[in-house]
Design a protein around this ligand. Structure first.
Ligand code: CTP
Ligand code: CA
Length: 226
């Protein structure tokens, strides 16, 4: 019989994935958010499941069908996402932070609808928690993969994020490039690894990018167990 140890290489592993945007409430009818569709994170969740992993998907609000065989935790704000992620971080062997987390939220959010006024209005914004940065500080056994959405100086910014956030890999994409970034079914990414390796991938479907990322993670996992 042919028995391959490569079937389901993530069997027995728990993969925590965050996906989609977050929403930061101004009042009951308004929020601050971004263009993240969640497609990249959902593709990663499907691929991790395919490779045998137990998948926990912490998802911001997206217009995608709920995947089956995956534990989905729905969240709204960056603070919700932070709490949901920390709740399960200890169980995770691999964490992939695809989510486009809002960097700022309104300092004050109202429980009633804010009425318009004659003049201009100012909304003061305060920083949210950087979830990946926090995970980088707390990590024990986990393989930590972050994303970097950039419009310029991609390599420089991605390398800085890899270091600063203590990640094992950063998947960087130029969100301004044709066929990459928000909402599209394709992506153009470059992988920056802790060991200094850089791999620039051609334009691929988000499913194919997910396959490649999971493959790379499987290699990192093997190196860890050597
Ligand atoms: N991230 C996070 N929590 C935040 C902001 C970002 O966990 N509050 C994570 C994202 O999920 C992503 C990585 O950090 O995996 C990089 O996000 P990105 O927005 O590209 O970088 P920032 O560090 O927020 O820096 P900037 O937006 O200024 O480029
Ligand atoms: Ca950001």
């Amino acid at each position: 019989y042919f028995v391959s140890s490569n079937t389901e290489p993530l069997k027995g592993k728990t993969v925590l994935i965050t996906a989609g945007p977050t929403r930061e409430k101004i009042d009951p009818v308004r929020f601050i958010s971004n263009h993240s569709s969640g497609k990249m994170g959902y593709a990663l969740a499907e691929e991790a499941k395919k490779q045998g992993a137990h998948v926990i998907l912490v998802s911001g609000p997206v217009q995608l069908p709920k995947p089956s065989g995956i534990d989905v935790v729905s969240v709204e704000s960056a603070e919700d996402m932070y709490q949901a992620v920390l709740n399960v971080f200890d169980e995770a062997d691999i964490v992939i932070k695809t989510a486009a987390v809002a960097d700022y939220r309104p300092r004050v959010s109202y429980d009633h609808k804010v009425k318009k006024q004659t003049g201009n209005v100012m909304i003061e914004l305060e920083r949210t928690k950087d979830i990946l940065l926090e995970l980088g500080k707390r990590k024990t056994k986990q393989i930590l993969v972050g994303f970097a959405a950039e419009t310029n100086n991609l390599a420089e910014y991605a390398q800085a994020k890899l270091k600063k956030k203590n990640a094992d890999m950063i998947v960087a994409n130029n969100v301004k490039a044709e066929g990459a970034g928000f909402g599209t079914d394709t992506n153009i990414v470059t992988l920056f690894k802790r060991d200094g390796t850089v791999s620039e991938l051609p334009i691929m479907s988000k499913t194919a990018v997910a396959q490649k990322i999971i493959e790379e993670i499987t290699v990192l996992l093997k190196d860890l167990n050597k």
